[in-house]
Write a protein that binds this ligand. Structure first.
Ligand SMILES: Nc1nc2c(ncn2[C@@H]2O[C@H](COP(=O)(O)OP(=O)(O)OP(=O)(O)O)[C@@H](O)[C@H]2O)c(=O)[nH]1
Ligand SMILES: [Mg+2]
Length: 206
């Protein structure tokens, strides 16, 4: 079967629960602080420069954005979901509260959700909200994968140090339910490893 990621296409953006596609698909969500590199990671996985919108301005992705990567004649649909970034102070408070409630509900109730990727800047990993998101997934019994991105900003030695430190912390907090890797949307380091994890959760072969 051809690599299913390259077939990913924009499906829809949901600002409220009603706008979500019907539950019952297989979905993997990408969460992370604002500006962490979620949209860039999705583009790298899908080998497309302009699939998800990348921006120098934090807070660019303001809805749940669905990308469809369902192989032909396969059901149910397979989706990748770009979540709004958290932790960006300049977003108006009522809007921030709205997203928070929306994402909380999505996480608690969405049957389609098969796994969570938490995207973190390798230089600033495991902030409070990152831990909270990982905690949500683990509580629900969902697998989670920490993507330590912007690895191109560090030398090899610093990368492996950062990776080891995060591995240790994740293991003491969550046992071996959360996996972790270094990644770069810029240099494409770690793309194959991340694809394998996501494809596995979606029941797709690559
Ligand atoms: N050097 C480097 N820069 C990156 C990498 N990934 C993302 N960036 C840059 O980081 C900034 C934010 O990237 P986005 O992918 O838009 O981040 P996001 O997490 O989707 O941001 P929001 O949608 O605002 O939450 C952009 O300027 C990207 O070019 C990476 O792997 N390496
Ligand atoms: Mg984004």
């Amino acid at each position: 079967m051809a690599n299913p990621f390259v077939r990913a296409r924009y499906l829809l953006s949901a600002h409220t629960h009603k706008q979500l596609p019907p539950d019952g698909a297989f979905e993997v969500a990408f969460a992370g602080r604002s500006n962490a590199g979620k949209s860039s990671a999705l583009n790298a996985l899908c080998q497309q420069n302009a699939l998800a919108r990348v921006s120098k301005t934090p807070g660019r992705t303001q809805q749940l954005v669905f990308f469809d990567m369902t192989p032909p004649e396969m059901a149910p649909p397979r989706y990748l979901v770009d979540l709004p970034g958290y932790g960006y102070a300049k977003v108006p408070q009522d809007l921030q509260a709205h997203w928070q409630a929306f994402i909380d509900q999505y996480f608690r109730t969405r049957e389609a959700l098969k796994g969570l990727v938490v995207v973190m800047d390798i230089r600033h990993p495991l902030k409070d909200y990152d831990r909270q998101m990982l905690g949500y997934a683990v509580e629900r019994g969902l697998p989670a994968h920490a993507l330590l991105t912007k690895a191109d900003k560090l030398g090899r030695g610093q990368q492996s140090q950062a990776l080891m430190a995060v591995k240790r912390e994740l293991f003491s907090a969550f046992g071996d339910t959360v996996s972790v890797q270094a990644f770069s949307g810029e240099s494409k380091q770690g793309v194959d490893e991340a694809r394998a994890v996501v494809a596995g959760w979606l029941g797709l072969s690559i």
